[in-house]
Design a protein around this ligand. Sequence first.
Ligand SMILES: CCCCCCCCCC(=O)SCCNC(=O)CCNC(=O)[C@H](O)C(C)(C)COP(=O)(O)OP(=O)(O)OC[C@H]1O[C@@H](n2cnc3c(N)ncnc32)[C@H](O)[C@@H]1OP(=O)(O)O
Length: 218
Amino acid sequence: MTVDMTAPAPLPDPADYGFTVVAESGLPAEHAALAERVRRLVDATAHSTADPAVLAEAAEEVDRISALLEGARRETGAMLHRRVDGRDEYTTLTNAVGAELNPAAPPLRLAGAAEGVRGEVVLGGAYQGPPGLVHGGWIAALLDQAMGHAAVVLGMPGLTANLSVDYRRPTPLGRPVEVTGRVTGTERRKVFVAGEVRVDGELTAEGTAVMVRILPLR
Ligand SMILES: CCCCCCCCCC(=O)SCCNC(=O)CCNC(=O)[C@H](O)C(C)(C)COP(=O)(O)OP(=O)(O)OC[C@H]1O[C@@H](n2cnc3c(N)ncnc32)[C@H](O)[C@@H]1OP(=O)(O)O
């Protein structure tokens, strides 16, 4: 098993697969700002102890805002294109982990690191599993994203074929969580990846996965 960390391959262009591609530069900053406020709304809703009348009033307000936005809806499969460190990067615009415009996504922004990718995120009570702790499914999702992103950085985007997670310590809510991912090897279309989750430098979860590469159509 080998991997050349120095030579990213040309990426498949999602437009060749019939997907709409949206340039990051074309997105209004107000959209990300709205998503951030909706994250606050989700947290406030999940934890509210307000009176029924206040809850009903809030529900009506939310209905009004939803109607305001639903009038101009983008299709679900749209892809986001950005230039990162002089190379193209594509991801689904509403990716469930890290998409800035998706308020349901934890705001994990991954970037190239010395070996692979690294990012930080603080997860609030909307991501709770056991009391005060991050849900294990979300930890798996963070690892999946970081490991998949590490493959993308080397020009090898793929689909997760297999994912394994070891939960070493509980991961607390409300604290910065460090997520890392890296490619450990390749074999034909298979990309072997590994990732870690740490809080205050302590390992709380680690994973491995096999990504199967999507190949360019031409
Ligand atoms: C910047 C943005 C970064 C974004 C990162 C996003 C990360 C998140 C990624 C995801 O969440 S992807 C969504 C979840 N995954 C899926 O929905 C995949 C569903 N499965 C499939 O579509 C197919 O099974 C798959 C594409 C994975 C493989 O089917 P193929 O028909 O294309 O491949 P094939 O079966 O010929 O297998 C190719 C190789 O992979 C190997 N393989 C297939 N399934 C495997 C498996 N489960 N475990 C290990 N290896 C596997 C298979 O043995 C073979 O190895 P060899 O070359 O050695 O023969």
